[in-house]
Design a protein. Structure first.
Length: 116
């Protein structure tokens, strides 16, 4: 099974499918090699992307400048890099060869993990 993320040194690269106009920010699940994410902002003039990046900074406990959009600025499919995250959702493994990072619980329901 392909993963929706990969480690590039201490940086985490995520493949995301974003659904805008949601009620709240939420991890919806994993489908193939993509993490599905809900964002409450409208997909106009980059608002949903901006809100996504702000939420990712909060979720991974990094400064906003440490979350970089690699591709998909005006598309629902995006690739994002998190520079040296200090906290991980429970469905992402810590970078190999490092101590486990603190995990945030309750992100993706167990029945959503690995859903293809």
């Amino acid at each position: 099974m392909k993963k929706f993320y990969r480690w590039d040194g201490s940086n985490l690269v995520l493949s995301l499918q974003v659904r805008a106009r949601a009620r709240r920010f939420a991890w919806r699940g994993i489908r193939g090699a993509v993490l599905q994410v809900d964002v409450p902002a409208v997909p106009e003039q980059g608002r949903a992307t901006d809100e996504l990046l702000r939420h990712l900074a909060e979720e991974f406990a990094v400064r906003s400048a440490a979350v970089r959009l690699i591709s998909g600025a005006f598309q629902s499919r995006k690739v994002v890099c998190i520079i040296s995250p200090t906290r991980l959702p429970h469905f992402i493994d810590a970078r190999p060869g490092t101590d486990k990072l603190p995990h945030r619980s309750g992100d993706i329901p167990d029945h959503e993990k690995g859903k293809d």
